[in-house]
Design a protein around this ligand. Structure first.
Ligand SMILES: Cc1cc2nc3c(=O)[nH]c(=O)nc-3n(C[C@H](O)[C@H](O)[C@H](O)COP(=O)(O)OP(=O)(O)OC[C@H]3O[C@@H](n4cnc5c(N)ncnc54)[C@H](O)[C@@H]3O)c2cc1C
Length: 347
């Protein structure tokens, strides 16, 4: 039975049909990509501005009505399930790229902008936003989960890439944390407090994020090892030597089986593998490749299998990004097996 009727009516008076109690909308916001039992919110609100978020939060605070911020619901730990009901605040309509500062290499965005939308907006600039957790998540959701992903080894996670935030606190106050200045040590580091707070400390309504220059050259490859130890030692040595790898991920034999079965065009040997990507100038990439090849040979690796065309590189990392679904499919088929994908990153 629906609860919080007076709160919902007040929000409908303020936001009109951007507050929904429709069955399909409630179902859509009842679970994320995790396995937990779904639970519907009582209503879903779609604010379009910080002011509207403030209105929602103030009304909910006054009525003791729970709030769950929502990006696109791709998180994997049941974060967005409204276990106490209440209002889910869906940020998908707050999806404007507000500012791009080419020279300073940063951008200011609303929280509902997804990483692909931002990179699309950056296409003409030669810049890129690098945090890539696989799913096309919102930057608000990624900041709230401190998302990492395949690029983290070179470019960092959301922890390193969020410079400043605007946040609506639980009582409706709006605060700003951090600045766009790269070198600043004044005051409490509240930005780091909110990054990773999973929607529990406030609702992020604006983010300033770091950008990087698109590399002149990229190269991606897979590499098979006889042993887990050989693959892992290669990674350790490469990082200790300071080789600026853009991406490096270890995938065990069982996870390779999962990827092969899930992707029609993938047929890697069922052994431990590294997936690698190199960024830099043509000469820099060639040098990195030679260095890593030498380390991999010592670790007992086969020759690298190159993904030379852009579409082949995209397919390689698509397979990696689909690994969650691939291992789930494998588990459904062979419930007793355990597979591992280890993401090598700063954290
Ligand atoms: C196939 C797949 C692969 C993935 N791989 C990785 C990976 O390699 N590394 C990794 O880190 N993650 C990975 N993820 C998870 C990823 O981190 C999340 O999908 C993403 O960070 C959440 O963004 P979202 O927009 O979907 O947020 P949601 O799932 O909607 O929300 C996530 C959390 O953030 C809160 N939230 C959302 N928006 C706001 C806001 N504006 N203000 C405050 N709180 C907010 C929510 O309340 C919730 O607690 C993967 C997910 C999938 C499906």
């Amino acid at each position: 039975m629906q609860q919080h009727n007076s709160t919902i009516q007040a929000l409908k008076d303020a936001l009109g049909d951007r507050v929904s109690t429709g069955d399909s909308i409630l179902d859509l916001h009842a679970s994320d990509e995790a396995h937990f039992h779904p639970q519907r919110p009582d209503a879903v609100a779609y604010p379009e501005s910080t002011d509207e978020v403030v209105q929602i939060v103030r009304r909910c605070a006054a009525d003791h009505c729970p709030i769950v911020p929502y990006g696109v619901g791709t998180s994997l730990e049941g974060h967005i399930i409204p276990v106490q009901g209440g209002i889910t605040v869906d940020t998908s309509r707050m999806n404007a790229v507000l500012e791009i500062h080419n020279d300073d290499m940063d951008a200011v965005v609303q929280p509902g902008v997804t990483r692909k939308q931002l990179n699309e907006a950056l296409k003409a600039t030669g810049l890129m936003f690098t945090v890539d957790p696989g799913a096309d998540a919102t930057l608000g959701g990624m900041a709230a989960t401190r998302a990492s992903g395949t690029n983290a080894v070179r470019y960092g996670t959301m922890r390193e890439n969020v410079m400043a935030l605007e946040v609506v606190l639980a009582d409706g106050r709006v605060i700003r944390t951090g600045t766009r200045a790269r070198k600043s040590s004044a005051g409490y580091d509240l930005t780091r407090l909110f990054v990773g707070s999973e929607g529990t400390l406030g609702l992020i309504t604006e983010l300033s994020v770091r950008l990087f220059g698109r590399p002149e050259a990229t190269a991606a490859a897979t590499c098979r090892f006889d042993t887990v130890e050989g693959a892992v030692n290669t990674v350790i040595l490469a990082i200790q030597l300071g080789i600026p790898l853009a991406r490096i991920e270890f995938i065990d034999a069982l996870s390779i089986r999962a990827l092969n079965q899930y992707n029609d065009d993938m047929s890697l040997a069922e052994s431990p593998h590294l997936f690698l990507e190199f960024h830099g100038t043509e000469a820099g990439v060639a040098e990195q490749i030679n260095q890593v090849k030498a380390l991999a040979n010592e670790g007992g690796a086969d020759e690298f299998q190159w993904a030379r065309k852009t579409e082949d590189q995209t397919a390689l990392w698509r397979a990696r990004h689909d690994a969650y679904y691939a291992t789930k499919a494998l588990r459904n088929r062979y419930g007793h097996l355990k597979s591992t994908i280890i993401i090598i990153s700063y954290i």
